[in-house]
Design a protein. Structure first.
Length: 144
């Protein structure tokens, strides 16, 4: 008996991939876009380092995730426009209420606010691809 492995090689990874996507959606309440946004926010850009307050021991206050924080970093030499606080970047924050989903996405794509202003240091002026910016916005929208 001769067996062909082509179908099983493709079918198993496809089934696993679909299964993992369904598992992530139900277990974590996230679709692929939101999960990608979470990865970009928390692992690549590390937004929480500035936008989430910390306890005295340096651990994040999880109940205040991305709700804005005092920036405890200072440059070695003065930097014009250096901010002392990072804003709340959740949908409940004033920034999101002013800019909305489209403004947040555009900011991540262009590095400029809806009015054309630049990000204030130490915030990097990101110029992300649209799908990455949209994924980040999807994740931030999922934060309660």
């Amino acid at each position: 008996m001769a067996y062909t492995m082509r179908k099983s090689r493709l079918a198993l990874p496809a089934a696993l991939g679909a299964g993992l996507a369904v598992f992530a959606l139900f277990a974590f309440g996230q679709d692929d876009k939101t999960a990608r946004g979470k990865y970009l926010v928390e692992e690549v850009a590390r937004c929480q380092d500035c936008h989430t307050p910390k306890m005295d021991n340096g651990s994040f206050i999880k109940s205040q995730w991305m709700k804005g924080a005092t920036i405890n970093l200072m440059p070695a030499a003065p930097v014009a426009g250096w901010r002392s606080a990072a804003p709340d970047i959740t949908p409940a924050g004033a920034l999101w209420k002013r800019w909305g989903d489209d403004g947040m996405t555009a900011f991540l794509e262009t590095g400029k606010s809806p009015r054309g202003g630049k990000a204030g240091a130490p915030m990097p002026a990101y110029t992300l691809k649209r799908e990455d910016a949209a994924a980040i916005v999807a994740f931030l929208k999922s934060i309660q």
